[in-house]
Design a protein around this ligand. Structure first.
Ligand SMILES: [Zn+2]
Length: 738
């Protein structure tokens, strides 16, 4: 939002002190000689008053200049500040000019500003701007924050600005108290008078913890995330850590010819090395309640029991214990009672003593891998109060808050964790977006759908840089996807939905033509909102979809047609999970009709798909829910038109065709009767062929080449006119018009 040559840009450059300063909109490529810019005062590694340099490049669209010689592609090889030594930072390229922007906080600055002839900031008008620039602030996201009311005196403001200035980063330090940590930068001010952790950056992979321990004085231990170029070094005392920072500032610190970056790390409670896995972080303590609420507490909160199978536990009939009590009793000594609220995946476990409970909590910290019940890792913490609100019930949601939830909360992230690392960790479940609030140790991961998120919940213990991650369902607004319908082709609210193909809109669902329909009257019925399957529809929404279907069926029948119907509740790659029911009218003789059934059987067998026949008295959603994968599984459901009263046998396709051939083959079918089949996607099975329904229909119509929607695409104008035709024909049957 800052134009080139504007005084705001100048003010901003002065406030940010960038290493690279890009200017756009001047209509050409222009490389200014670098200019010097004072280092912030807290870069005390360098002598006071040191400068660093800023490269200024004006860039524009390549096509902006007609002259060939002015078309530039400018490549930069940028080294992050963290990898630069103090000396490198202070290196000023030959020919650098003085800073074109001035700090009016000093009398000499005022004088310079008044006489400045720089094209970007000139004369007295700059003074007012620079005065207001003193109040330029960035909020936590790096956006401009409103000016601070009332402006402090210039000199003090300058100091304040550089005091909180985090060199090389656009944002403010993560910790507003001045304790940024991690590879994003170094902090040269100790976060507290007792801090003992330093951040050491610029390490080579070949360098070992031992190298560091022998290089530095007073090291207690080195904690280095695998594969990282930095380490956190815990010192025996604050003084030892301070000496290290100061000596690095005075003389530089190098090892194997490499200058290291030394700064203060995030403050930790001094503790034993082993406890760093999961327990060290203060937030973990809150989440898992690792600190006992009182010295006579005996009850623990144990979560992760969602997949507990009571039948797999051998319980002595005489013992009188519940299966879960027996199972947990085997795992932990001293269990007195187990209270698992009905339908919940957690339990409150009372132990015979504080010590027995404490031993379990301690073990869960030191040996989390042992805390596994029936292959599911347990989350263990102290129960709060009268175990009404355990940390899980309170903070970590272990059951999806709604049937369409697909966002997970990932807690206890190390500061160094990147979005890419998180995505990689959940690669097999395909996390599609990561939202991490700035400076927080948690993130929200959105998955393609509930099933994938469920899978992610079952991944078991996950660690990132030795942090044991807390994984639960997101709640409240975080659970709502920010871009609910942004990419879905079938959400009515989606900007990509093809409005010209919509026939009729009801309260919960709508009728439309699909893109690339197989026939001019191939229609689609879908919920208005993203609902992955029929199982998750409200009763009213389900009823309305049936109503649309019946209306269309009536229309087809009036035209002497039967319909082939199929319903997809399948995950698609790019798009969202949005159930859709298709209806394709078929004008067929009984012979053709019999062949249609054969076509289905042959297609299914060629693709090795195992369909279950749905009985007349069964509802499709009941069938899906009753199957092993439960309500979240994907399915494909098809209704094949057959002659009324025929006794087709699904096991014998030839016989099926033969039987019907014997009947009156020239009669049009009067009334539609369907046989219904469902395919439920098993986790291990290969992905159901997305175009299966279309392929069957195309085969029946004798046009197998049209078995993919992409082969049937029409220009939009033709689509729109097809839709108008259909809408007119459907009007007498359209209940939404009544
Ligand atoms: Zn949708």
């Amino acid at each position: 939002g800052i134009g080139s040559g504007s005084r705001s840009a100048a003010s901003f450059a002065m406030a940010v002190k960038p290493r690279y300063h890009f200017v756009s909109g001047v209509g050409c490529f222009y490389q200014r000689t670098p200019y010097k810019i004072p280092l912030p005062a807290d870069m005390s590694l360098l002598p006071t008053g040191s400068n660093t340099s800023t490269r200024l490049l004006a860039i524009d669209q390549v096509s902006a200049s007609k002259e060939k010689s002015k078309k530039w592609l400018h490549a930069l090889s940028i080294r992050p500040i963290i990898h630069l030594s103090a000396a490198e930072l202070a290196e000023i390229p030959a020919g650098s000019t003085d800073c074109p922007y001035v700090d009016i906080g000093t009398p000499s600055g005022l004088a310079t500003a008044a006489g400045n002839k720089n094209p970007f900031v000139s004369g007295a008008t700059a003074i007012a701007d620079l005065q207001s620039a003193k109040r330029v602030r960035l909020d936590a996201k790096g956006n401009f924050a409103p000016p601070l009311p009332p402006g402090p005196p210039p000199a003090a403001a300058t100091a304040a600005a550089s005091g909180s200035f985090f060199f090389g980063s656009m944002g403010v330090p993560r910790n507003p108290n001045g304790g940024p940590a991690g590879p994003a930068g170094v902090n040269l001010v100790p976060p507290s008078a007792t801090a003992t952790t330093l951040f050491i950056g610029g390490l080579l992979r070949s360098m070992t913890d031992m190298d560091l321990e022998s290089l530095l004085q007073g090291v207690k231990y080195v904690k280095r995330p695998a594969g990282k170029a930095f380490a956190f070094v815990e010192f025996v005392s604050h003084e030892a850590a301070r000496n290290c920072v100061e000596s690095a500032a005075r003389r530089g610190l190098s090892i194997q010819g490499r200058t290291l970056t030394v700064g203060w790390g995030k403050e930790r409670e001094p503790q034993d090395r082993n406890q760093h896995t999961g327990a060290g972080d203060e937030n973990t303590v809150i989440e898992r309640q690792l600190i006992p609420p009182s010295e006579d507490a005996k009850t623990l909160f144990v979560a992760g029991l969602g997949h507990f199978d009571p039948t797999a536990e051998v319980v002595e009939p005489s013992s009188g214990l519940s299966a879960i009590h027996s199972a947990l009793g085997k795992l932990f000594p001293g269990v007195v009672s187990v209270d698992q609220p009905k339908g919940k995946s957690y339990a409150f476990v009372e132990f015979e003593s504080y010590e027995a409970a404490m031993a379990v909590v301690t073990q869960s910290i030191n040996e989390p891998r042992v805390m596994v019940l029936q292959n599911t890792p347990l989350i263990i913490g102290w129960a709060k109060g009268d175990h009404g609100t355990g940390p899980g019930a309170d903070r970590l949601l272990l059951e999806p808050p709604s049937a369409t939830s697909k966002v997970l909360f990932i807690g206890n992230l190390p500061a160094s964790a990147t979005d890419e690392q998180l995505t990689a960790l959940f690669a097999e479940c395909g996390a599609i977006s990561v939202k991490r609030p700035e400076g927080r140790d948690y993130a929200f991961l959105e998955f393609a759908n509930t099933q994938e998120a469920q899978k992610a919940m079952k991944l078991g213990e996950l660690t990132l840089d030795e942090h044991v991650l807390l994984v639960g369902w997101a709640k409240g607004r975080a659970a709502e996807r920010s871009n609910q319908s942004a990419e879905c082709w079938f959400c009515l609210a989606s900007p990509v939905v093809k409005v010209h193909l919509i026939v009729s809109v009801g309260e919960h669902s709508y009728l439309g033509l699909p893109r690339g329909g197989l026939t001019p009257q191939h229609v689609l019925i879908a919920p208005i909102e993203c609902v992955p399957s029929r199982v998750h529809l409200s009763a009213a929404a389900r009823a309305e979809m049936v109503r649309f279907q019946d209306s269309v069926e009536s229309m087809f029948q009036a035209q002497g047609c039967v319909s082939l119907r199929f319903e997809r509740a399948l995950r698609t790659k790019g798009s969202r999970d949005h159930m859709q029911a298709h209806m394709i009218p078929l004008s067929l003789s009984a012979v053709q009709l019999a062949k249609s059934f054969t076509a289905f059987l042959q297609k299914a067998s060629a693709a090795k798909l195992k369909f279950h026949e749905v009985q007349d008295d069964q509802a499709i959603d009941e069938v899906v829910v009753s199957m092993e994968g439960g309500p979240y599984q994907e399915y494909f459901y098809i209704e094949i038109p057959v002659t009324a009263g025929s006794s087709l046998n699904s096991d014998n396709s030839n016989g099926a065709a033969g039987e019907v051939e014997g009947s009156d083959s020239n009669n049009r079918v009067e009334k539609g009767k369907h046989r219904r089949f469902v395919y439920v996607q098993e986790e291990s099975a290969t992905k159901f062929p997305m175009q299966f329904g279309l392929e069957v229909a195309a085969e029946i119509l004798g046009q197998p080449e049209r078995g993919h929607w992409k082969n049937c695409l029409l220009p939009e104008a033709e689509e729109a006119s097809l839709c108008d035709d259909f809408r007119a024909a459907f009007a007498p049957f359209d209940f939404t018009l009544g």
